[in-house]
Every structure is written in structure tokens, then in C-alpha cells.
Design a protein around this ligand. Structure first.
Ligand code: PDD
Length: 277
């Protein structure tokens, strides 16, 4: 059975019902988080809390993040899943009439669900490379994901696992993950800006890279430089570190093999996942 928590009430997902007048449904007016629970612990919980707070602040939605995370604890306890994926979203709630501007009185809708899931080391895969067609506020973890949805579908239809995106010839991120490049002993990733999500996995990878002797460089990456890299990978809470060895267009990345640096970083990440908060 899949459990969810809707506005504080825990129930089987089949019993959950939301009004079609919810602004999340009408406008995609809401924000979300996806977290991995590993060995019974929500990974990097405090970082997810801080990011949810900043998404809520960015869209002017006053909700207590502590209360939302109390629901996370209640739901994980109820479901009893040791390894799981937790999805949570907060929307601006139900309105009586459709109006783009916010209503003066807001009763947000808080929805969480949990399902069995294990973060596993990813096999090398192909990514399509496409213009970033999304809006310009991607640092907000908004539920309005139509651009990401269309890009990921295009990847799937091409037999690829991700879509790496670029704007003005510079890599932004991927449709559901952040992008990293390995060049010799350097780990390069685009700097944080409004154009990319400040990924929690990105943050952890940057922390770990220095512990295995990599120089971390946060600087713009030209999209046409990707095939010459020694390695390219993407990162997210659900996929961990996923190596990209083939680009479309672009062809093979480096010599098409995983670098020693990547394998060490992935091992360090796995270790971090299982032995830390
Ligand atoms: N996606 N960039 C985008 C556009 C994302 O959607 C995600 C995560 C990331 C990586 O963030 P993190 O390391 O915090 O998971 C970067 C989640 C998993 C999703 O939408 O399902």
C-alpha cells in the first residue's frame, strides 16, 4: 500500500482527494521537494528543509517548514520503509474562482507521499543535448515542470536517460539533475544562479570532491566542450551520480570509459549516503 499525508491526515493514497480548484492544479502554483530515505534516515534533511524554505519565500507562500517536516516524520514512521523516496509539495491551496493573482486568504495544500526506493550506483548512459526551453527562475523548485517534462520525454523517445540543457551555448543543468564535468583532477560545474536548481546532491558532491583530491571549479561550461571532457555526469537525490558517456548531438564523451576520478567520487558518495545524515 502507498501511504500519503494530505493536510496533516495520513491515509492510503487511493483515499486522497484534492479539489480541481486547487491552484496547484489550475496554475502549477506550488513548490516541491524529493528526498531519499537511506537506511532509515532522510538524507541531508536540513538541506532539503532550507531549500523548501527558500522556494516558499521565493513564491511568497507562508507555510511552516517545521510543520511540513513533522508530517515527513509521521509519514515515514507509518509507512515503515527503510529505503524510500519521499515526495512533498505545497501549493497555494483551493480558491473559489480562478484568478492569476493570489487570493488574500490562503489555506495551502500540503501533500506528501512515500514509496519504496533504493538509490543505486548508476550505469553509464546517453543524454540528449538540447536548448533550455524553461523559464528563467529554475532555482525555485516549482511544480510547474512542463519544460522539464517535455525535455525528459524527448530523451526517453530517443532512448536516452537525460536531457542536458544549454542557454546561450552554456550548460545550465539537466531536465531532472545537475551537470558536472571531469577534466583531469578538476571537477567543473556551472555556478549557482537563477538558471539552475541548487541541487542537494550537487552540494554533497562538491563537499566530497575535495576529500578525494579533486579541485572544484564552479564556472560556466560551453556546451560544445562536453565531448572533450574526460567525464560527464549528472546528479540528483534519486539517481545519485549518473555517468553520461554518449551525447546526442556530440557523440562519445572522452574515450567513453568511466574515469578513476568518477569512480572514486561515486564510491565516496555511496559511503556518505549510508554513513551520514
Ligand atoms: N529532481 N535540477 C533539476 C531540474 C531537478 O529536477 C533536480 C532534482 C536536480 C537535482 O536536485 P537534488 O540533488 O536536490 O535532487 C537538479 C528531482 C529528483 C525530481 O524532480 O524528481
Amino acid at each position: 500500500m502507498t501511504w500519503c499525508c494530505l493536510n496533516g491526515t495520513i491515509m492510503p493514497i487511493e483515499q486522497a482527494a484534492i479539489s480541481p480548484m486547487d491552484r496547484g492544479f489550475l496554475f502549477g502554483d506550488g513548490v516541491y521537494e524529493v528526498m531519499a530515505r537511506v537506511d532509515g534516515r532522510v538524507r541531508a534533511k536540513s538541506l532539503h528543509k532550507a531549500r523548501l524554505q527558500s522556494s516558499l519565500d521565493a513564491i511568497g507562500l507562508p507555510v511552516s517548514v517545521d510543520d511540513v517536516f513533522t508530517d515527513v516524520d509521521r509519514l515515514t514512521e507509518k509507512a515503515g520503509l527503510w529505503d524510500a523516496k519521499i515526495y512533498l509539495q505545497v501549493t497555494r491551496g483551493v480558491v473559489s474562482a480562478r484568478d492569476h493573482a493570489f487570493p488574500s486568504k490562503i489555506s495551502p495544500t500540503v501533500f506528501l507521499t512515500i514509496s519504496e526506493f533504493a538509490v543505486v550506483s548508476q550505469k553509464p548512459v546517453t543524454a540528449i543535448v538540447r536548448p533550455d526551453i524553461r523559464w528563467r527562475r529554475n532555482s525555485i523548485k516549482s511544480v510547474s515542470l512542463l519544460g522539464n517534462v517535455l525535455l525528459m520525454q524527448e530523451a526517453r523517445d530517443s532512448g536516452a536517460h537525460e536531457a542536458i540543457l544549454h542557454r546561450d551555448n552554456l550548460v545550465t543543468e539537466a531536465s531532472t539533475s545537475n551537470v558536472f564535468v571531469i577534466r583531469r583532477q578538476s571537477l567543473i560545474t556551472p555556478p549557482l544562479s537563477d538558471l539552475i536548481l541548487p541541487g542537494i546532491t550537487r552540494h554533497l558532491v562538491i563537499e566530497l570532491a575535495s576529500t578525494i583530491g579533486l579541485d572544484v571549479i564552479e564556472e560556466p561550461i560551453r556546451v560544445d566542450s562536453l565531448p572533450d571532457a574526460h567525464g560527464v555526469f549528472v546528479s540528483s537525490s534519486t539517481r545519485g551520480l549518473m555517468p553520461i558517456v554518449q551525447l546526442d548531438p556530440g557523440g562519445q564523451v572522452g574515450d567513453g570509459q568511466l574515469t578513476q576520478a568518477f569512480m572514486e567520487l561515486q564510491a565516496a558518495y555511496d559511503e556518505r549516503l549510508h554513513h551520514h545524515e
